[in-house]
Design a protein around this ligand. Structure first.
Ligand code: ADP
Ligand code: MG
Length: 320
């Protein structure tokens, strides 16, 4: 298929006739904002055999690409608006692949209410897909990594480690674990509520691993973090895997990426309010530790076991 046909047949319908997309027939997209809003922008790239395999299927590849981008918006409390797509093709890409790719994008668009406003289409081997995503926040709103204060509580949404177990091929009921790997849930509504309900002004999404991403907050906020293994939320399915595979190191679940949950920071006076929000969202929001002033010049995460013994963290997350 020629580039022009691909855009016309598969990408134009994803623009939902939105004015910003200018029908995908101009050199640029054009975004209007309300006077009291700011644009929030993020980019993610997926490389074949690094971030995805062709055998994952076009639907899953596209869906995960857009979902992981949305997760960055979630961590900034933004409302999703638009995205641009860098699409590549080569001899392995046929019309059916592109159709499935577009279907994957469409499903996520519908769930999170955003649309495609442009992009570029190129030849590449290995394949390379990329999305730039645009969202909006109220002017002056600041959900950021550097806002944690001494004594603040550390919360995490959902469950940690499912995606890692799914990727490693551990079986579970109704493919729960592999779906958590292939189809993460960006916590968009949670991000927006953290801001709207003034629950938090510091968050990050877990893409490289719970500990590694918490470490980013420590660095940015110049604090140490203490977290407790027993408090880390694991899903029923993950617990089952750990129980039936005693050789599997549970610490791996904190050191692997792709959870796309939110770590967020809460002042102790707001702790109860978080529980109300969790109920409203029907989403577990779990207190796993707190921030402490650092006694050294470096800022670190410490992990404690049941008996308050400090556990050694060997590997820190996933490095690209
Ligand atoms: P140009 O050569 O002027 O850069 P292109 O031929 O690359 O333009 O693109 C033509 C139009 O199609 C532009 O509006 C562009 O945003 C859109 N487009 C191209 N590739 C994609 C894509 N992968 N996804 C969405 N829109 C695309
Ligand atoms: Mg042009």
């Amino acid at each position: 298929m020629r580039e022009f046909e691909i855009i016309e047949k598969f990408f134009k319908p994803l623009s939902n006739h939105n004015k910003a997309a200018q029908n995908l027939s101009d050199d640029v997209a054009k975004i209007s904002l309300k006077a009291n809003e700011e644009l929030v922008i993020s980019k993610d790239a997926f490389v074949e055999n690094v971030h995805f395999l062709l055998k994952d299927g076009a639907f899953n590849i596209a869906s995960k690409l857009l979902r992981t981008n949305l997760s960055d918006l979630a961590a900034s409390g933004a409302k999703p608006l638009y995205y641009m797509l860098g699409f590549s093709k080569n001899k392995n890409i046929d019309e059916k692949f592109i159709k499935e790719f577009a279907r994957g994008l469409k499903e996520v668009q519908n769930e999170f209410n955003l649309c495609l406003i442009g992009g570029d289409t190129v030849l590449a081997d290995p394949l390379f897909f990329s999305i730039t995503i645009f969202g909006s926040v109220k002017k002056g709103q600041n959900l950021a990594r550097n806002n944690a204060k001494n004594g603040d509580l550390i919360f995490v949404s959902g469950a940690i480690g499912d995606a890692h177990l799914g990727l490693q091929g551990f079986k579970s009921n109704k493919n729960y674990l592999i779906n958590r790997h292939l189809c993460p849930t960006p916590r968009i509504e949670l991000g927006q509520r953290l801001v709207a309900e003034k629950l938090s002004n510091c968050a990050i999404d877990v893409s490289d691993g719970l500990i590694a991403d918490l470490q980013h907050i420590c660095q940015a906020s110049k604090l140490d973090a203490e977290i407790f293994f027993d408090k880390i939320p694991f899903s029923k399915e993950a617990k089952k895997v750990l129980k039936t595979n005693p050789k599997k190191n549970p610490l791996d679940l904190l050191n692997s990426g792709d959870d796309y949950e939110l770590i967020f920071v809460v002042s102790p006076k707001n702790e109860k309010k978080v529980l109300t929000t969790a109920k409203k969202l029907k989403l577990d929001l779990t207190h796993i530790g707190q921030f402490k002033k650092s006694t050294e010049k470096k800022f670190t995460v410490s992990l404690f076991d049941q008996k308050n013994h400090k556990l050694t963290i060997k590997k820190l997350g996933y490095e690209h």
